[in-house]
Design a protein around this ligand. Structure first.
Ligand SMILES: Cc1ncc(COP(=O)(O)O)c(C=O)c1O
Length: 372
């Protein structure tokens, strides 16, 4: 079936609401992204981003069984290591692809984006690689590690607004003043297509995968990954995980259109102020389920990554792992399961504090040892 028929006009309906003018601009409906666009994006970004490894954890599988959960195929949980990607998150893929779509005039004037961090970092980096000046607008309370990283990649960072939603107003003002091209953190076909290359790689490394679990913010990542997987292997089940304090996609599913939320979560990478119309349409087409996790459970994923896998994941990057570890994803005995470790840009000064706030792991699986 052709996925493109399902593009929505939710952006038009939203435009009838006066106060949501900025939101409208961010959610104009577009055609759903197809496998052909993902394959083309992969070619375009090849050699510019890493082909990341697929790690695995036997301890995660044992954890699940000891908690009364299913036995995973091969007694392992597979972990796609996008925290080892350039810029520390999968975003380097989609943002490299998006910057490549700018024409000569747009490249010369520069691009502007809004981001709690990882999208800004990736656009800053991709812009520098392509010789395109990038401005990143962030809420004043943004993660300082991510702010600094954007500056280190050469971007101009503007800190304005008390939360992500307010920062959009600043962005619109600066964009108009300077004639910059707005490049979206998630609601964009080129971004989604670039992210979809993660799904292609998962299938290359694990052709018989049954279940893939992905953290959801605005929905760009899971839209691309789910398309890449399901257009090649329709039987694969794809589940999304959102923080219970930032359920933008769950709320959009219920309403049938993007709805602004006020996100409150430790997983700043998943704290999107709304899902997109395009990402909502793609998620409706391809997702098998969406699950919410509280912050303490998400942080247990961060702790498991460090304690047992010796991998540094940020909370957003550990949400999918945590959801499987705590038995929140419907998995049947003998299934082959992969989670996406989507980012590792944690504020290192806060790691101890974050781990102390984590839901405890069973003592038999506590810290100190290396995974087997
Ligand atoms: C580490 C990490 N994981 C997942 C996501 C979610 O991606 P999306 O907003 O495309 O759903 C983000 C977004 O910033 C992120 O930074």
């Amino acid at each position: 079936m052709c996925a493109r028929d399902l593009a929505t006009t939710h952006g038009d309906r939203l435009s009838e609401r006066g106060p949501d003018a900025i939101l409208v601009q961010m959610t104009t409906a577009q055609s759903l992204v197809g496998l052909d666009e993902i394959l083309a994006a992969r070619e375009r970004i090849a050699g510019r981003v890493h082909r990341t490894p697929l790690l695995s954890s036997a301890t995660a599988s044992r954890f699940l069984r000891e908690a009364g959960g299913p036995r995973l195929a091969g007694d392992r949980l597979y972990v796609k290591a996008e925290h080892l990607q350039k810029t520390g998150s999968f975003k380097a893929r989609g943002m490299t692809n998006r910057i490549a779509t700018l024409d000569a005039d747009q490249r010369a004037r520069g691009a502007i984006t809004m981001s709690a961090g990882n999208a800004g970092q990736a656009y800053a980096w991709a812009g520098r690689e392509a010789g395109v000046p990038v401005t990143v607008v962030m809420a004043a309370a943004a993660n300082p590690t991510k702010v600094q990283a954007c500056r280190d990649y050469g971007a101009e960072v503007v800190l304005e607004g008390s939360h992500v939603g307010e920062a959009f107003a600043a962005l619109e003002r600066i964009r108009a003043e300077r004639g910059l091209t707005f490049v979206h953190p998630f609601e964009d076909a080129a971004v989604i297509a670039g992210h979809g290359s993660v799904g292609l790689e998962i299938l290359e490394d694990l052709a018989d995968v049954d279940v893939v679990v992905v953290g959801v913010g605005g929905g760009g990542l899971i839209s691309g990954v789910a398309t890449a997987l399901k257009e090649q292997r329709p039987g694969v089940r794809v589940y999304g995980v959102e923080p219970s304090g930032a359920p933008a996609m769950t709320v959009a599913f219920a309403a049938g259109e993007p709805v602004p939320i006020n996100p409150v979560t430790v997983a700043d990478g998943l704290a999107a102020p709304f899902a997109g119309a395009l990402t909502l349409a793609m998620c409706r087409r391809y997702l098998d389920g969406l699950y919410e996790l509280d912050d303490a459970t998400i942080l247990a994923g961060v702790r498991f990554g460090i304690d047992r896998m010796k991998q540094v994941l940020e909370p957003a990057g550990a949400a999918a792992l945590a959801a499987v570890l705590f038995g929140r994803i419907p998995i049947r005995d003998g299934e082959r399961v992969a989670v996406l470790a989507s980012g590792g840009n944690i504020d290192t000064a806060r790691i101890g504090e974050l781990i102390a706030a984590a839901e405890p792991l069973p003592t038999s699986l506590g810290g100190g040892r290396r995974d087997d």
